[in-house]
Design a protein around this ligand. Structure first.
Ligand code: GTP
Ligand code: MG
Length: 197
C-alpha cells in the first residue's frame, strides 16, 4: 500500500459519533501499551498522527483515521490494564464490544500481541469472538526488536501453538525497525480487496 494521505477523522465513544461515510474499515485491538497506536503510525509513515505513550491506557476513545480517502483505520483503547479506574473499565468494554459487533463496514481487526508474552484465554476468546462476527482477525506480534532473530522465531512458534494457529499466520512486527510493515499491509489489503470482489 502506498500511503499518500492519512488524516484524523474523529473520536467517538458511541455509535452516533462514528463517521457516517462507510469506507472499508480495519480496527486495531490489543492490551494496553502493547503498541497499537505506534503500529498505525508506522503503517501510515507518520511519527505522531496517532498519540502514543509509555503510560498504559493512553488511548481512551475510539479514534478514526482515513487513508488515501478510501480506507478507514480505527485505533481502539487497550484492554486489560489493571490501573485503569473501575468506572472507566465498565464503560470501555461495552464501548469496544458495541463497535466490533455493530459497525457494518468493519472488515478486519488487527489483534496486536506482545511477541514476548504467551497469550491466554483473553486473546483466544477475542479471536473466537471476531471470527463469529465475521471480522477477519489479523494477528501481529509486535516489539520484535526486543528479541533476537532466533528468539522471535521461537516465540512465534510458541504463540502459534498457544492459540492453535499456524505460525505462518503470525506477522512479526516492530514499530522501531519497521519489520513486518509490508506483511501487515498485505494482510489488510487482502481482506479489503477480497470483500470487494
Ligand atoms: P494504549 O493506547 O495505552 O492502549 O497503548 P498502545 O497499545 O496504543 O501503545 P503505544 O503505541 O502508545 O505504545 C506503548 C509504548 O510501547 C510506547 O512507549 C512505545 O514507544 C512502545 N512501543 C510501541 N511499539 C514498539 C515497538 O515495536 N518496539 C519497541 N521497542 N517499543 C514499542
Ligand atoms: Mg494507543
Amino acid at each position: 500500500m502506498i500511503v499518500k494521505t492519512a488524516e484524523f477523522v474523529t473520536s467517538a465513544v458511541k455509535p452516533s459519533q462514528y463517521p457516517r461515510t462507510l469506507y472499508p474499515e480495519v480496527a486495531f485491538a490489543g492490551r494496553s501499551n502493547v503498541g497499537k497506536s505506534s503500529l498505525i503510525n508506522t503503517l501510515v509513515n507518520r511519527k505522531r498522527l496517532v498519540k502514543t505513550s509509555s503510560t498504559p491506557g493512553r488511548t481512551q476513545l475510539i479514534n478514526f483515521f482515513l487513508v488515501n480517502n478510501s480506507l478507514s483505520l480505527v485505533d481502539l483503547p487497550g484492554y486489560g490494564y489493571a490501573k485503569v479506574p473501575e468506572s472507566v473499565k465498565r464503560t470501555w468494554g461495552p464501548m469496544i464490544e458495541m463497535f466490533l459487533k455493530g459497525r457494518e463496514n468493519l472488515k478486519a481487526v488487527v489483534l496486536i500481541l506482545d511477541v514476548r508474552r504467551i497469550p491466554g484465554m483473553e486473546e483466544q476468546n477475542c479471536i473466537d469472538w471476531l471470527t463469529r462476527y465475521r471480522r477477519t482477525p489479523i494477528l501481529v506480534l509486535t516489539k520484535a526488536d526486543k528479541l533476537s532473530k532466533s528468539e522471535q522465531k521461537k516465540q512465534r512458534r510458541a504463540i502459534g501453538s498457544a492459540l492453535g494457529q499456524d505460525e505462518s499466520a503470525l506477522v512479526l512486527f516492530s514499530a522501531k525497525s519497521r519489520l513486518g510493515k509490508p506483511e501487515v499491509w498485505s494482510a489488510i489489503e487482502k481482506v479489503v480487496i477480497d470483500e470487494h470482489r
